[in-house]
Write a protein that binds this ligand. Structure first.
Ligand code: IPE
Ligand code: MG
Ligand code: MG
Length: 302
């Protein structure tokens, strides 16, 4: 077991604020508005809408943990946020979850229309890969290629898209099994969080054992993240979350809270966070952001 006081003097809020500001500035720089303006405006509308920037920050933190620099990981960090934003724009479309609010503002299709929102997602997805290949510096080409391969795997049918497909198929089926529910969470949510962590390590030249350890850390926080997301869908407010709540019950979706209740779901999430932190045991003081982010997953209210 890891001593619980390892992080007492680590201030996660100021870490998230500092790293988040770096990511914010890099994202702002990454997307200029040129002809045909509407597509760039629509892409910028959702990318620059705030958000916790958790995936990019995880990538930067892991790169530094393994001996790399923030600069080596920044293009990939931005690409991860572009992919995440694409998934939110598409997830919110009328043909998917049909949501009107995201990150405290109207969803992309509510402002630009379904047609432009679909294309903004497509454009962000494509640009993410271009951005990694074009902007990454001081990293061997083999490592950059490995990151591109891993991101493609995490976001396609073997990852996020596969999870979304099974998620959609489980609507109106409150008797969905826990195995299916785990499949959904691991694919639609944990896969992108996992590649966020692992890509930082790959860019810094980590060995296979380190990559596998960090991958287990990330899968555990990823599953916990989605359990907490489903708990918050029941317990939080639209104001706090920045998106509509009560959607899972409305869509008659099986969730951890619907199967196990709120308390047991929170306990499962806590157990996963504990397991995640145990994977970090061999690392030195640079692991502190990852420890604190793991704790933040279950403590978060938005
Ligand atoms: C994968 C899911 C459940 C979507 C929400 O992700 P986040 O809660 O990280 O959303 P932002 O902070 O990026 O808006
Ligand atoms: Mg959805
Ligand atoms: Mg949704």
């Amino acid at each position: 077991m890891m001593p619980t006081d390892v992080n007492v003097d680590f201030d996660l809020n100021s870490y998230l604020a500092t790293k988040g500001a770096d990511v914010e500035a890099a994202l702002d720089q990454s997307l200029a508005v040129v002809y045909p303006e509407v597509i760039y405006e629509s892409m910028r509308y959702s990318v620059m809408a705030g958000g916790k920037r958790l995936r990019p920050i995880l990538c930067l933190a892991t790169c530094e943990l393994v001996g790399g620099t923030s600069a080596q990981a920044m293009p990939t960090a931005c690409a991860l946020e572009m992919v995440h934003t694409m998934s939110l724009i598409h997830d919110d479309l009328p043909a998917m979850d049909n949501d009107d609010y995201r990150r405290g503002q109207l969803t992309n299709h509510k402002v630009y229309g379904d047609d432009v929102a679909i294309l903004a997602g497509d454009a962000l997805l494509a640009y993410a890969f271009e951005f990694i290949a074009d902007r990454t510096e001081d990293v061997p080409a083999t490592a950059v290629l490995d990151v591109i391969r891993r991101l493609g795997h995490a976001v396609g049918a073997a990852g996020l898209v596969g999870g979304q497909i099974v998620d959609l198929a489980s609507e109106g089926k409150p008797d969905t099994s826990i195995e299916t529910l785990n499949f959904i969470h691991i694919h639609k949510t944990a896969a992108l969080l996992e590649v966020s962590v692992v890509s930082g390590a790959v860019l810094a030249g980590a060995d296979n054992d380190t990559i596998e350890r960090l991958s287990r850390y990330a899968q555990n926080i990823g599953l916990a993240f989605q359990i907490v997301d489903d708990v918050l869908d029941v317990t939080s407010t639209q104001e706090e979350l920045g998106k509509s709540i009560g959607k899972d019950i409305q869509a008659q979706k099986a969730t951890y809270p619907s199967i196990w209740g709120l308390d047991e779901s929170r306990k499962k999430a806590d157990d996963l966070i504990q397991a995640a932190k145990e994977e970090l045991e061999p690392f030195g003081p640079l692991k502190r952001p990852l420890v604190a982010i793991a704790d933040f997953i279950t403590a978060r209210t938005h």
